[in-house]
Write a protein that binds this ligand. Structure first.
Ligand code: GRF
Length: 201
């Protein structure tokens, strides 16, 4: 059974959805560890409530990325818990070379827009500002070549209604995220095991 590591900075609703998906058996995997860069992240409480090992590794220098010495600490923890696949669930740091190469081709991210539209911060606000009629969410592999870039695994559309505030739209997108992320992970695991089977032949 694949071991998943989850990195999260925020409230952790996507982490919760992933936990439910593995607990119900919908996704055949185990969440081995949760790491946050923020000590008060809801994701840490969620991990605690589900008895999943969890750590906070802060980046005290308040950068948008983790400096190499901090990335190394993340990698050590992930390896200690035998993580094979890394799921970013609202992790607000840009991954750099060490983490990217430690889990090359095995890092998934969820983003609250239909990429390649609206990468970066507050994608739901960008959608409203551009007047699009549909936005949505995307699960993609992280290739490190840009912000929110990499092969798209799955997407789901969400309507943008004329009366939507950014907060209301974000809530509607998040609801969709909670089914999309587990499904994308399930498909990715199936694809990875097919490829591994192919390699053995
Ligand atoms: C989600 O909207 C996700 O798309 C984005 O960050 C948010 C995390 O929310 N990358 P939560 O912490 O999982 O509730």
């Amino acid at each position: 059974m694949a071991v998943i590591g989850v990195l999260a900075s925020g409230k952790g609703s996507n982490l919760q959805a992933l936990i439910e998906a593995v607990t119900s058996g919908m996704v055949s995997a185990r969440i081995g560890v949760v790491i946050s860069d923020h000590p008060t992240a809801g994701a840490l409480s969620i991990a605690c409530a589900s008895a999943i090992p969890h750590y906070c590794i802060e980046e005290p220098r308040r950068r948008t990325f983790l400096l190499p010495d901090i990335e190394k600490q993340y990698i050590e923890r992930l390896r200690e818990h035998r993580v094979e696949i890394l799921c970013l669930a609202g992790f607000m740091r840009i991954l750099k070379e060490d983490l990217l190469s430690a889990f090359s081709g095995k890092i998934l991210n969820i983003h609250p827009s239909l990429l390649p539209s609206f990468p970066g911060l507050e994608a739901w606000r960008q959608a409203i500002e551009h007047g699009v009629k549909f936005s949505g969410c995307t699960v993609h592999l992280v290739d490190g070549k840009g912000i929110d870039t990499g092969r798209i695994l799955l997407q789901a559309p969400v309507p943008v209604l004329p009366e939507d505030s950014p907060e209301i739209l974000h809530r509607r997108i998040q609801k969709k995220e909670h089914t999309l992320y587990p499904l994308a992970l399930k498909l990715f695991l199936a694809e990875s095991s097919l490829l591994a089977g192919g390699e053995k032949k």
